[in-house]
Design a protein around this ligand. Structure first.
Ligand code: UDX
Length: 455
């Protein structure tokens, strides 16, 4: 079948490419002419494993086309998928201007009935707003062509987006229209073969499902981080506690890894937006607000540990801290809301310098911070350590899991590691003469071991 996808960002490009790959005829539209020109030339603007080959294959076969023309995009298909960005505006609300601009373009150019599928993450009620805008534009044209607006949120994880799209846990379709349901079923049929993953519901339920899913996952992370902070103070080891609670199938092992807080393009934005939506609906969502507050605090954790170790913020003046891992998580170059940024900015504010390494997010970090005094990017993990006063780890890239500690000791000025991802065994590092700080493990505090023993 024929499909149009608006927006060639993360979600749009993955969606378009994966739909083309199963034999749909897909046209991806973006107003950014430079981006479309690069895509036509086979250049992928994001780092996503497997995406480049799928794009290349389908551009070559003609199943995936790119355009900057609204007219062509609207004419291409009955199905019009909206996957444009909804960044938070200055108040933290999702900015719907791009979504509404697409609605207007569809309304202005359509000459036959359309199904408008909202895939961008949008506040509850947006499908109704899009329908209102479309109706207004059509009314202005004196047209009574029919349309449906469907909510179809995505649940892609960066770094695993292609696999997530091809093997979805569920496909949420929010619509009250039988026709739209049938068309959506046909669209996703290739991904829905072995057991039925389609979950149909009303548009508002679908819109809320997306926020509820992300808020739930973010809650698990803030929860475990809070318990980790408590474990440090109580002389417990969060890794043992994590395994202890994860073994309960009602809790499970996923998404209870303590760390330096969640980042990325979804959790921070969606948690804030949901809290805001709640306030607007006259409900103070205290749990959701706490999830966000705990996370902001957690992003300062490594800095606090570093400052405490060196004897206060003032003592960081002139120090150099090596950082391994800048991306908000492994296998992506995405730096949005990355905990490393909070750490680096705090270090710079305290007068320290940063020498950083990341396997893929280097270029993106240079774009953000290349001009900053006190920032140096290096090309391999060991060079980051040369003469540095300590190492801080922000992202759990595979290549950091079993480094050559001998080599590290030779290069660093001090054998000190601040590990934001609990990659190493505290006992082993202690025995090797390292001062090792991690998250939620009391063993990480050699000086602060004075847990009162009864008697
Ligand atoms: C997330 C959701 O997983 C996805 O379903 C949704 O569509 C978009 O948001 P993504 O942002 O790509 O995907 O990242 P994810 O892998 O979920 O990780 C989010 C953040 O949580 C990362 O910063 C990660 O380091 C952190 N995290 C995750 C933890 O700190 N602990 C955990 O146990 C899991």
């Amino acid at each position: 079948m024929r499909v149009t996808v608006f927006g060639t960002g993360y979600v749009g490009l993955v969606t378009g490419a994966c739909l083309a790959d199963v034999g749909h005829r897909v046209m991806c539209m973006d107003i950014d002419e430079g981006k479309i020109a690069r895509l036509k030339a086979g250049e992928i603007p994001i780092h996503e494993p497997g995406l480049d080959t799928i794009v290349e294959r389908n551009v070559k076969s003609g199943y995936l086309e790119f355009t900057t023309s609204h007219r062509d995009a609207v004419a291409h298909a009955e199905l019009q998928i909206v996957a444009v960005g909804t960044p938070p505006d200055e108040t933290g609300a999702a900015d719907l201007q791009h979504v509404q601009a697409v609605a207007e373009a569809i309304g202005a150019h359509m000459t036959a009935p359309k199904i408008v599928v909202v895939k961008s993450t949008v506040p509850v009620g947006t499908c109704d707003k899009v329908a209102g805008r479309l109706a207004a534009v059509l009314g202005g044209r004196g047209s009574d062509i029919g349309f449906e607006v469907v909510s179809n949120p995505e649940f892609l994880k960066e770094g695993a987006a292609v696999g997530d799209f091809q093997r979805p846990d569920r496909i949420i379709v929010g619509t009250n229209s039988a026709h739209a349901r049938a068309v959506m079923a046909e669209l996703y049929e290739p991904f829905n073969r072995n057991h039925d993953r389609m979950v149909y519901m009303a548009p508002r339920s679908s819109e809320l499902t997306k926020y509820a899913a992300n808020a739930m996952l973010a809650t698990r992370i803030s929860f475990i981080n809070e318990i980790a902070n408590l474990a440090e103070r109580l002389g417990a080891d969060i890794e043992q506690v994590r395994r202890g609670i994860g073994s309960d199938p009602r809790i499970g092992y996923q998404f209870i890894y303590p760390g330096v807080g969640y980042g990325g393009s979804c959790f921070p934005k969606d948690v804030k937006a949901l809290a805001r939506t709640a306030r607007e609906a006259g409900y103070g969502a205290s749990l959701i607000e706490a999830v966000e507050a705990v996370n902001s605090r957690q992003k300062m954790k490594l800095f606090e540990k570093i400052a405490a170790h060196f004897g206060g913020e003032a003592a960081l003046q002139g120090k150099t801290i090596a950082i391994w891992g800048l991306a908000f998580k492994p296998n992506t170059d995405d730096m949005r809301e990355a905990p490393s940024r909070v750490l680096m900015e705090a270090l710079w504010a305290a007068g320290a310098a940063v020498r950083a390494f990341d396997p893929v997010a280097g270029a993106e970090t240079l774009r953000l911070y290349g001009e900053r005094p006190g920032f140096e990017l290096v090309q391999d993990k060991y060079s980051a350590l040369d003469g540095a006063d300590a190492l801080a780890i922000c992202t759990e890239w595979q290549q950091f899991r079993a480094p050559d500690f001998g080599e590290m000791a030779l290069r660093l000025a001090n054998r000190v590691i601040f590990d934001g991802r609990n990659l190493y065994s505290p006992e082993r590092l202690r025995d090797d003469g390292w001062t090792y700080f991690s998250i939620g493990r009391a063993t990480a505090f050699p000086q602060a071991q004075a847990v009162e023993q009864p008697g």
